[in-house]
Design a protein. Structure first.
Length: 275
């Protein structure tokens, strides 16, 4: 009996050891698979973040009915402004925000070692939405100021060619100035403002525009940061208006040409001025 008990004990011990070894091997294999999966997920997340698509932002979009994955045509058709817009949005809300993040990174890098204060000067009125988003995407200290100007239409690039309706609240002397505008077409205003702030003693003057309408350029102007190249169309939304309307659209669309190309149509002068 004692012999039998001893043999049974050894068999039981061997079985437990075999089971333990097998379980440990399975666990090790499971851990390896888990680590491999985690590495793949981390690589995927890094790629998404590099494209401005963090998992957190995707989750917000999935649960936010205002940010559904609509294409340009669907966005226009679901908008209250669809009667005046061409069939498809030029730039969607999602595309705009991705570009804002890119511009914020570029500007942050450019001023990361600035030897002085940085001030963003927004050109009223159309810039208000763009400047609001852009300022929050810039990761270096900065001030914000505004100007409102109109051109005398003299056909020259000069600080004397712009009439200041609202000047900056603070001096730009010794500061790094970044002029922020919604759109640049003729280039007169941008070039004239650069000259104006340089004459006022700014340490440096750079320009940032969300839309660059090169087809309408009449004078050479260097734009340091550009969101998009824009076709020669009358555009509204994201701060840009038509006679004071449509600024609040969260996307950018083009107005149907027949609405402003006829002799009796309201001229879109606010969008195609000497900017």
């Amino acid at each position: 009996d004692e012999v039998g008990i001893g043999v049974a004990g050894r068999v039981c011990t061997a079985g437990v050891c075999l089971l333990t070894t097998t379980t440990r091997c399975q666990c090790d294999d499971d851990h390896r698979k888990l680590r491999l999966l985690e590495a793949r997920v981390e690589a995927l997340e890094r790629g998404m973040i590099a494209r401005g698509l963090s998992p957190q932002n995707l989750m917000k979009k999935m649960h936010d009915p205002t940010t559904k994955n609509l294409d340009g045509a669907q966005i226009v058709q679901s908008s209250w402004a669809r009667s005046v817009l061409k069939d498809e949005a030029l730039f969607t809300q999602a595309e705009i925000q991705t570009t804002i993040q890119r511009l914020g990174e570029e500007i942050s890098a450019a001023y990361s070692h600035a030897d002085g204060e940085v001030v963003l000067i927004g050109l009223l009125d159309g810039v208000f939405m763009f400047l609001s988003d852009l300022a929050r995407a810039i990761k270096v200290p900065h001030e914000i100021d505004f100007v409102k100007v109109s051109s005398y239409g003299l056909g020259t690039v000069s600080s004397g060619n712009i009439r200041i309706k609202k000047d900056t609240d603070h001096s730009v002397a010794g500061k790094h100035v970044l002029i922020v505008d919604d759109i640049c077409d003729s280039g007169y205003t941008s070039a004239s403002l650069v000259e104006l702030f340089e004459r006022r003693g700014a340490k440096s003057v750079k320009t940032c525009v969300f839309l660059d309408k090169r087809a309408r350029r009449q004078v050479p102007v260097h734009l340091d940061f550009v969101g998009y190249q824009c076709s020669d169309e009358f555009v509204i939304g994201y701060g840009m208006d038509w006679a004071g309307k449509y600024r609040s659209l969260p996307f950018i669309g083009a107005v149907k040409p027949h609405l402003y190309a006829t002799p009796n149509a309201l001229s879109p002068s606010t969008n195609v001025s000497a900017k």
